[in-house]
Design a protein around this ligand. Structure first.
Ligand code: 13P
Ligand code: SF4
Length: 367
């Protein structure tokens, strides 16, 4: 079966037996439109073994919207965007959390549930945003802008969160920035590390934004020209984009929102023809729940999300590797900004319906 970082995968292929068939037949209809039967017979033994081990070890799997359909629909207990997964982790009474997502998401679960065992099936599943900035960088930023609140995107390490006043995700960034400015009595907010998310937020608020020169390597590759070409080739197509895309891409889109924001848009509006300007697995997952919607499918793969596979999830549950550990002092400091975000009474998803992006006040970088 395909595996983005194959060489470390030692698990041999498992046989498709009558027992496996009995345990998985009810799951196949969820993914049949996307996975041919011949591939399903390779996946099903892993799915059966993972679901058995979850019961045995009182484990839950949190699956991000970018997971492939067999993970998203057949072994994930909770699926969603970064904010929803953080909330599920906080509520969970399982002993073990397996993060089917990337490392910063697993750290968020560990920060919120320090007494639980949190596993990441591949510790190399990183994120270009999380690796763009360190806790030391944030300390220098705070010296340069004293008294200015620090709003940090959840796509960051625990060290960075520990230096943060409040976290945000793409689904609440505009509201969190406005809340932070009000609470601290400032007209400026530091919003790090995604310069494109920051620019897209700046277009929706009067608060001045200082940001960091980070970017998502998946979303920064989309261009406004791509969108115009898609529209030309697919008249009437509805374009949905993630707010990690550059502002001129969002200016060409019909709607921009978090991964779940895009998914909900499709569910609620049932467009005839839609394109999701984001990671490839999103369209596969959303298409399975919306059989009457046609998906145009240019997309970029996230190499980190694609490191998570069924064999690695199984191995993780069998060996209890790779456990996420964080210094307890950092956990204490990093929990506050995440809990403050979760506690905010936000009524709706942040909207990014701008036609142009005003400049941010500054884009900082390591000197
Ligand atoms: P969401 O919070 O929208 O799920 O985004 C997380 C992510 O990594 C997008 O690239
Ligand atoms: Fe990070 Fe971008 Fe991958 Fe999301 S899609 S995990 S932001 S690199």
């Amino acid at each position: 079966m395909p595996d983005a970082s194959g060489p470390e995968l030692k698990t041999p292929a498992l046989p498709y037996t009558d027992e496996v068939k009995a345990k998985t037949d009810h799951l196949y209809p969820r993914v049949a439109k996307s996975i041919p039967e011949i591939e399903w017979r390779v996946m099903a033994p892993y799915i059966a073994a993972i679901n058995d081990l979850k019961k045995e070890k009182n484990a839950v799997i949190l699956a991000h919207n970018y997971m492939t359909p067999e993970i998203f629909y057949c072994v994930g207990d909770f699926a969603g965007d970064s904010l929803q997964l953080a909330k599920e982790a906080a509520k969970s009474d399982a002993d073990v959390i397996v993060q089917a997502g990337v490392h910063f998401m697993a750290e968020t679960s560990k920060i919120l549930c320090p007494d639980k065992t949190v596993l990441i099936p591949d510790p190399k599943a990183g994120c270009s945003l999380a690796s763009s900035i360190t806790g030391a960088d944030v300390r220098l930023l705070k010296q340069k802008y004293p008294g200015v609140p620090v709003v940090t995107y959840v796509n960051t390490t625990a060290d960075v969160k520990a230096e943060t006043d409040i976290c945000c995700t793409s689904s609440n960034a505009v509201e969190v920035v406005e809340h932070a400015a009000k609470e601290f009595g400032t007209d400026t907010v530091i919003l790090i590390p995604d310069q494109f998310l920051a620019r897209n937020v700046a277009a929706m608020t009067d608060i001045k934004i200082v940001t960091w020169a980070g970017a998502c390597e998946v979303h920064e590759r989309f261009t406004a020209e791509d969108i115009r070409e898609i529209r030309e080739g697919n008249p009437g197509v509805i374009v949905l984009a993630h707010p990690e895309c550059p502002p001129d891409v969002l200016a060409e889109a019909d709607f921009a929102g978090s991964t779940s924001g895009m998914s909900n848009y499709v569910k609620e509006n049932q467009p005839n023809n839609v394109v999701l300007i984001t990671e490839c697995s999103m369209s596969d997952n959303v298409a399975l729940e919306n059989p009457n919607v046609n998906f145009v499918r240019p997309c970029n793969l996230c190499p980190y999300m694609k490191m998570i596979s069924l064999p690695k999830i199984l191995r993780s549950l069998q060996t209890m590797e790779h456990e996420v550990t964080i210094d307890p002092e950092i956990i204490e400091k990093a929990r506050r900004p995440i809990e403050r975000m979760i506690a905010l009474p936000l009524k709706r998803q942040s909207m990014y319906n701008h036609q142009h992006a005003p400049e941010v006040a500054a884009v900082e970088a390591r000197s």
